[in-house]
Design a protein around this ligand. Structure first.
Ligand code: ADP
Length: 492
């Protein structure tokens, strides 16, 4: 029994979120929904993960699911009821409950567009709470993630007040404030049938007269967390607050930043079957060149000479600082530098990177796909990983890179600032290369500083690589902070 247990019994926490690796993942949220419950479980917490049963979940996982229950649930203002199926699976000791409804979850990968996603997640948040009552599994805390689950804290204190799950406390985590679930007030009233008085300014209403699901959830949640301390401060400012900075400042007493970790079993260079030459901190310097060569061969890059290979693994959106990369791309390249891009997203960036690949054959590869196995091979085979984000709530790619002995080059924002200690030219200390203002010449300067150390001071470069591999990027410490938070809430 852990010391964090409540009067001798384990804390019970229900995770509610829209994606979870390995069932469905589009970004860091999927990683956290997978890794944090496992880490919590190791610390003595009982966790259940509730997510939609999307059609796009691969069959091999669907075959693991068993039907647990089904019922009809009220949802809309016109009194329509909707089917809720509960499919259950267990993976490595964590129980997953999948909410089944073909009307909502048969489309998308898994998202479609706000018009369909808003009803989908109004339904999901309510069905998740109803499922807990139906399963008679009443958690101490419901831990909700991003706008898609933001209505759960609101339903908890309205439609579910007085029901068994209504005794739970709620935590709402902001993984990315850019996406908020905004629609017309009447639309949200229809799909939630929540009381009219909630559609006022302190709860759902925003300045332009629309309704904002995230805003309402933040108002109702007992605690708000975000995925790094720096981002917790940033979102209270105009620049990073995405229109909710005033609201978050108002609720700052319940706002806390806890930095994400990564699952160190999922990301383990020593056991990684996808690598040509698995390695650990002891033999990284011998094995990385083998992985680099395999990567170059797979992607049709030149293997001549000692190349400085820069990786980019990212959703290709404005958030990720790609306009900075585009502005200085050709200046970043030289005959000893190669760039490997893995990502999908905005056609503007997809096309720009495809163009560079065509223009610099053998030196640039733009792999415009989502590909887990290539991601592993880039983390292992590249020397440096670029993350020049405009904003970055936490960022996982720099953490995975460090774990694989790949040196991050990042902008000092959000979680990047909290997790990458800048290289110090005088002492050789630090974990990566950083720049502060969102300006392309500063990114170029950071890349050049990194390359200079790589080519002219290999001992110091190697010291950064081995230091990165030794850095603790696991969930252990942060999971402990979540345990403290849950225990504090449960005891109130
Ligand atoms: P975000 O959640 O904003 O997309 P994060 O850095 O928090 O960014 O998480 C990104 C996760 O998605 C990482 O696990 C990264 O390896 C993975 N990823 C991003 N793009 C791809 C891709 N094209 N192929 C494979 N994995 C990807």
């Amino acid at each position: 029994m852990s010391e964090k247990d409540l009067n001798g019994r384990a804390l019970k926490v229900a995770f509610i979120g829209s994606e979870c690796y390995p069932f469905v993942k589009t970004g860091g949220l999927g990683d956290v929904m997978y890794a944090l419950p496992r880490a919590l479980q190791r610390q003595g917490c009982e966790v259940r993960v509730i997510m939609p049963c999307y059609r796009c979940i691969p069959d091999k996982y669907k075959r693991m699911m068993q039907h647990r229950a089904s019922f009809m649930m009220d949802l809309t203002r016109d009194g329509r009821t909707f089917f809720v199926g509960i499919m259950e699976a267990e993976l490595d000791g964590v129980t997953y409950d999948f909410i089944e409804n073909r009307e909502f979850f048969d489309w998308g990968n898994p998202y479609t567009g706000l018009w369909e996603d808003i009803p989908k997640y109004c339904y999901f948040s309510k069905a998740a709470l109803a499922a807990l009552n139906c399963l008679d599994w009443i958690p101490d805390v419901i831990h909700c993630h991003d706008w898609q689950a933001a209505l759960a804290p609101v339903y908890l204190r309205t439609h579910f007040a007085g029901t068994p799950v209504g005794s739970a406390r709620s935590v709402l985590t902001i993984h990315n404030l850019r996406f908020q679930g905004i629609c017309g007030i009447e639309h949200l009233k229809f799909w939630t049938s929540l009381p009219d008085e909630l559609f006022n300014y302190p709860v759902f209403k925003i300045n332009d007269g629309e309704a904002n699901m995230f805003k309402g959830g933040l108002a109702f949640a007992d605690r708000i967390t975000t995925v790094s301390a720096a981002y917790a401060d940033e979102i209270q400012t105009d620049f990073y607050g995405e229109g909710l900075n005033g609201h978050l400042w108002y609720h700052r007493q319940k706002l806390l930043g806890i930095v994400n970790g990564i699952d160190v079993e999922q990301w383990n260079s020593q056991e990684d079957k996808l690598l040509t030459a698995p390695y650990d901190g002891e033999d990284v310097l011998q094995k990385k060149p083998e992985n680099k060569k395999a990567l170059q061969e797979r992607l049709g890059l030149s293997t001549e000479g000692d190349q400085f290979v820069i990786g980019l693994i990212s959703r290709l959106t404005d958030q990720k600082g790609l306009d900075l990369i585009d502005a200085v791309f050709t200046q970043m390249l030289d005959e000893h530098t190669q760039v490997v891009i893995l990502g999908t997203g905005d056609p503007r960036y997809e096309n720009a990177f495809r163009y560079y690949e065509g223009e610099y054959k053998g030196r640039v590869c733009a792999y415009i796909k989502y590909d887990e196995s290539l991601a592993h091979q880039i983390y292992a085979g590249a020397d440096a990983l670029l993350v020049p984000s405009l904003f970055e709530p936490c960022g996982l790619t720099q953490l995975i890179a460090m774990r694989y002995g790949t040196v991050p080059i990042v902008r000092e924002t959000g979680g990047l600032k909290d997790t990458v200690e800048p290289y110090n030219e005088n002492t050789g200390e630090g974990n990566g290369f950083t720049f502060d203002r969102y300006e392309a010449p500063l990114l170029l300067d950071a890349v050049r500083r990194a390359r200079r150390v790589y080519t002219e001071d290999r001992d110091r470069w190697n010291a950064v690589v081995t230091r990165d591999m030794a850095k603790d990027v696991s969930w252990q410490r942060s999971a402990g902070l979540y345990m403290d938070l849950y225990a504090e809430l449960a005891e109130q």
